[in-house]
Design a protein around this ligand. Structure first.
Ligand code: GLY
Ligand code: MN
Ligand code: MN
Length: 433
């Protein structure tokens, strides 16, 4: 299936899931960074999922029913603007290249949308994601309502299009998995590069620069989220992003970084010694987190509950923390009281895809949902030890997380990020080269 066919197929599946009615979805707005400078444009994940179209100022309209139709409204060609900002597809180009059934200039939306909404039983949209867009939707609905005496009815039902799209997005198709494999591979190379360069005397930002360099030179458009390069005690700050501290001899450095390639995120964490050799205290905690990750990985298979990897990681971590004297008492009692949350305060994973914390429900009617082939998720246990009276001093300020990206397969799982070493021995071997 080529890309155009993949996007068309998604629109057709969405129309089937809608049953009847009309869907209206906007491209993301451009956002000012400061004064005349804009943030690099990032398309809306839902809009991109259905269109593959990367320009701003575009709207997709999808008519469900016996003969579903998809219409794109987009910027007209404009030689003057294109001279400054680069080429635009224009409606004719969009129609030809993206497989829509019709395409129009964006200005026509104001005129055509009330007609398209008229007498549709349901409107599927994403109310609440952007106030200005919400106001426009309400305006079009009111324009239809104003024609009630002419016998025209506005949609009686407003439905959240995200409910349908989230369920589609949670199972990745073949073309998505191909991009995700490549994104994971680029991020793996970036982590290896950072490990290879690290040494005492550098700063965290030197490693960040290596990551960004490797992402970009392989064609990834940007990081999927701000890189975390956290040395020494910074590793215990979960969302540390300053990346301006020193890499000290004897400290660990935790790197959580992944590129975004053609819209798809990767998300890897590795923790390694700045000088290339783990101390025995660091090794105690490192091997424990690695064992917790292995236990979580083993639970990833079709039919398993979403929570099974987390429960497995927590059990291994808790036993290890007891063995190391970081927790007291018995295993069941420590699990019952969730004593581990002092050192492990986040969950073991999340959906991964167009968004790093991707769309998709985790529970259904109060029950953790079951894993199915095509689901992509992270596995990322960690352990973060703040200084404290009951904490042996040799463990103070150690922060470790190990994170990989995994896809559920009919046979078990595929680890997308396997190219970056993970055992202490393999990391030390890479750093010694
Ligand atoms: N890097 C974001 C996360 O690990 O969830
Ligand atoms: Mn991460
Ligand atoms: Mn993650």
């Amino acid at each position: 299936m080529n890309d155009v066919a993949a996007y068309r197929n998604r629109r057709e599946r969405l129309a089937l899931n809608m049953g009847r009615g009309i869907a209206v979805l906007s491209a993301a707005p451009e956002r000012v960074r400061s004064r005349d400078a804009y943030h690099p444009y990032r398309f809306d994940s839902y809009f991109y999922y259905l269109t593959g179209f990367r320009e701003p100022e575009a709207v997709l309209v999808l008519l469900a029913g016996d003969t579903p139709r998809s219409l794109l409204f987009c910027r007209d060609k404009d030689p003057e603007r294109e001279l400054w900002d680069g080429p635009r597809h224009g409606p004719a180009g969009a129609l030809e290249k993206f497989g829509f059934d019709a395409a129009h200039g964006i200005a026509e939306l104001e005129v055509r949308l009330p007609d398209l909404l008229a007498d549709q039983p349901a409107l599927f949209c994403d109310l609440g994601s952007d106030e200005k867009w919400d106001a426009r939707i309400i305006g079009w609905l009111n324009a239809v309502r104003a024609r009630a005496r002419a016998g025209v009815a506005a949609p009686g039902e407003i439905r959240d299009i995200r409910v349908l799209l989230d369920e589609m997005r949670v199972i990745k198709d073949a073309s998505e998995l191909a991009v995700m494999r490549r994104a994971a591979s680029i991020s793996a190379a970036a982590h290896c590069r950072a490990m290879g360069v690290a040494r005492p005397g550098l700063a965290e930002y030197h490693l960040e620069a290596e990551l960004l360099h490797e992402f970009r030179r392989n064609g990834a458009q940007s990081p999927a989220y701000p890189c975390i390069v956290a040395a020494g005690p910074h590793a215990c700050v979960l969302h540390y992003v300053e990346n301006d501290g020193p890499l000290r001899d004897g400290d660990l450095v935790l790197i959580d970084a992944g590129c975004e390639l053609d819209g798809y995120a990767s998300d890897i964490t590795r923790t390694f010694p700045v000088n290339g050799k783990f101390t025995s205290a660091q090794r105690d905690i490192y091997d424990l987190v690695l064992a917790a990750q292995a236990a979580a990985m083993a639970e990833i298979k079709a039919g398993a509950a979403w929570n099974a990897p987390h429960d497995a990681a927590v059990r291994v971590l808790t036993q290890g923390l007891l063995d190391l004297g970081l927790l007291q008492g018995g295993l069941e009692e420590a699990l019952e009281s969730a004593a581990y949350t002092r050192y492990y305060m986040h969950r073991t994973g999340h959906w991964l895809g167009l968004d790093v914390h991707d769309a998709g429900e985790y529970k259904r009617q109060g029950q953790w949902r079951t894993l199915q082939p095509g689901m992509a998720l992270t596995v990322e246990p960690g352990c973060y030890i703040h200084p404290g009276e009951t904490v042996p001093e040799r463990y103070w300020n150690i922060g470790i997380r190990i994170e990989d990206d995994v896809v559920v397969t009919p046979q078990g799982r595929e680890v997308l990020t396997h190219e970056v070493p993970k055992s202490a021995a393999d990391i030390e071997a890479l750093m010694a080269r």
